[in-house]
Write a protein that binds this ligand. Structure first.
Ligand SMILES: Nc1ncnc2c1ncn2[C@@H]1O[C@H](COP(=O)(O)OP(=O)(O)OP(=O)(O)O)[C@@H](O)[C@H]1O
Ligand SMILES: [Mg+2]
Length: 381
């Protein structure tokens, strides 16, 4: 965590604490403190990545909802906003026993844009998983492995969740770091236990996030433990889809495709690699409109202009940007003591200070990797 993130996080905890105390005391001001907490946590989220950022963004949403419920008096005693710290520890220990999510609740319709990715995923995995008999008849095996790669915050984890939901599969979400242990032999045992558990399901999606953390290139300088992990993972992947009565899908995601050991990319392991691009203009427009649905907006808000303004943003950047605008609107409403519309000027103000987490050098590195490996370069990276 950087110095400024740490500072914002401290502020967030302090506001949250005060908000809870005020709420317990029945003070009317509690909702404002929740909003302040949300704004500080949003600062932290805008500098985070991956699952940490996701859970922080969810928490921001919960805090904003809570603030508006308290403000309008619809909040019921006992409604608790989630505590990110306890959430994170719960998910960590859940993953050590590999507890699947029964329904992720994210559908393909929630994903903005990424039409060609959705189409590819639909043909490669959704249809074969939905109609296994038909595919078996044509000797096409359902399941198998797909490795998604792309810049941070582009929706890779979201797609994995949506796939599991679309095929009603148990969803195992593990990060490479959840599998890695200090002790020699423990990581291999974790990997074997995970695959065994997934294989015992009738229909399951196993998603290994940050795959480069465990499937990186093995070279002469790699430790014996790294080599053993790599070998175990390969052998488990080879045996993954052998059982004809079960449908299991292996998904991986990485921001650093160049660091993956190419032995993981052959048929039977990750037989397909799919690039997940940044949201193009229609996707950004969809996301912006979705985030401001039902929010008081002035007539001068021009979504076409906002779409152009946010070129180069990742999906996660867009979510952060929208939340900042909404929070500043709510803060102003508080100051003037009445609901006032969010105007284009509010967007300009937030945009002027907003820095996307996507850097040109990362886009260039990704394009270079794709060129070298004969991937089709999309019009919009
Ligand atoms: N295409 C999209 N449609 C809708 N929401 C999106 C999209 N892309 C990103 N988001 C939003 O951004 C958040 C982060 O996306 P997600 O975690 O799926 O990105 P990621 O590619 O897995 O990032 P990382 O590489 O950092 O793990 C999501 O929870 C969602 O709110
Ligand atoms: Mg992710």
């Amino acid at each position: 965590m950087s110095e400024s993130s740490r500072h914002s996080y401290q502020m967030y905890l302090s506001f949250l604490n005060q908000a809870r105390q005020h709420e317990q005391a029945g003070a009317e001001t509690a909702w404002k403190l929740y909003l302040h907490a949300a704004r500080c946590l949003l600062e932290v989220a805008s500098l985070s990545q991956g699952d940490t950022r996701d859970s922080q963004l969810n928490q921001v949403q919960d805090l904003v909802n809570k603030a508006s419920a308290l403000k309008t008096g619809t909040h019921k005693a006992g409604d608790q906003e989630k505590n990110p710290a306890s959430d994170a520890s719960a998910s960590k220990s859940d993953q050590q026993v590999f507890k699947p999510i029964k329904d992720t609740g994210v559908s393909f319709d929630d994903i903005a844009g990424l039409e060609s990715v959705k189409q590819e995923v639909f043909e490669l995995v959704i249809q074969p998983m939905r109609k296994p008999e038909l595919y078996k008849r044509y000797r096409i095996s359902a399941g198998g492995g797909i490795l998604m790669f792309g810049l941070p915050g582009t929706g890779k984890t979201m797609i994995a969740r949506a796939i599991a939901h679309e095929v009603s599969a148990s969803f195992y979400h593990v990060r490479a770091s959840d599998l890695k242990e200090k002790w020699v032999g423990s990581s291999e045992r974790n990997i074997a236990a995970l695959f065994e558990q997934v294989r015992s399901e009738k229909t399951a999606v196993l998603f290994i996030d940050e795959f480069d953390g465990i499937g990186g290139k093995v070279h002469s300088g790699s430790s014996s433990s790294e080599q053993a992990i790599s070998a175990e993972l390969k052998s488990q992947m080879d045996g993954f889809e052998k059982d004809p009565d079960r449908i299991t899908l292996l998904l991986g995601a990485t921001n650093n495709p160049w660091s993956i050991d190419t032995a993981f990319l052959r048929s039977g392991r990750f037989s397909r690699m799919i690039y997940v691009p940044l949201p193009d203009a229609p996707a950004r427009s969809f996301l912006l409109k979705a985030h401001f649905k039902g929010v008081p907006l002035s007539d001068d808000v021009d979504f076409d202009q906002l779409t152009r303004y946010t070129d180069g943003f990742s999906g996660a950047d867009l979510v952060t940007f929208c939340n900042k605008v909404k929070i500043s609107g709510a803060m102003r409403a508080d100051q003037v003591n009445r609901i006032s519309d969010i105007t284009m000027a509010d967007f300009h103000e937030v945009r002027a200070e907003f820095r996307s987490t996507v850097y040109q050098q990362d886009i260039d590195a990704m394009r270079e990797f794709m060129l070298q490996n004969s991937f089709k370069i999309p019009e919009h990276m």
